[in-house]
Design a protein around this ligand. Structure first.
Ligand code: SF4
Ligand code: SF4
Length: 191
């Protein structure tokens, strides 16, 4: 039969030579390969003593952003959930009541917002789909856990801290054009 590639090897049952029977040349050959790797640049690092520097636009754990006044930006429109190819996002919307204007930016907000980190493939499509700049991926990694339930991240793990000093800076994830647009207070989007 004609072979499809030229990678096939013809196997024979010829008798082994003396050198082949004592395996010494094969062992030395293997050791030579091992030692040659000792002096090459290592592809691995000694984690957790050393940590790799992630790119500014690394796609890690999500954050639900607050606006400058500390109000949650998410309006529970569901666009991120629709855009998510892994169906990792679920939410329950609620209507903002009188007196809650300092908590939620829009009239509707996410009473429950959950991301299943085991499903998420960190593609960033939720970030791109969001019209309210409410969800961003960050350089933080998702911690390992023993139980699957621990990977369902709710608002307690997703919404950024209220303290302005502890807010998560996502400005490097946005283009200069987007940042200039956000500073324009005449835009309805920024009111
Ligand atoms: S990063 Fe991708 S997979 Fe993960 S929640 Fe967002 S859209 Fe879904
Ligand atoms: S995070 Fe953005 S896209 Fe998702 S529900 Fe909230 S406002 Fe809509």
């Amino acid at each position: 039969m004609r072979s499809l590639t030229n990678r096939s090897k013809i196997v024979t049952d010829k008798r082994l030579t003396f050198l082949e029977r004592i395996y010494l040349p094969a062992i030395l050959n293997g050791m030579q390969v091992t030692f040659s790797h000792l002096f090459r640049h290592k592809a691995t690092i000694n984690y957790p003593e050393k940590k790799r520097e992630f790119a500014e636009i690394y796609r890690g754990k999500h954050v639900l952003k607050r606006d400058d006044e500390g109000r949650e930006r998410c309006t529970a429109c569901g666009l991120c959930a629709v855009a998510c190819p892994a169906e990792a996002i679920t939410m329950v919307a609620a209507e903002r009541k009188q007196g809650e204007e300092h908590l939620y930016r829009e009239e509707k907000y996410a009473a429950i917002y959950e991301i299943n980190m085991l499903r998420c493939i960190f593609c960033g499509l939720c970030e791109e789909a969001c019209p309210k700049e409410a969800i961003f991926l960050t350089r933080e990694t998702v911690q390992s856990e023993y139980n699957r339930e621990e990977f369902i991240y709710g608002k307690a793990l997703l919404v950024e801290p209220l303290d302005p000093g502890k807010r998560i800076d996502i400005s490097k994830r946005q283009t200069p054009e987007v940042l200039a647009f956000k500073k324009d207070r005449t835009r309805k989007h920024n009111k």
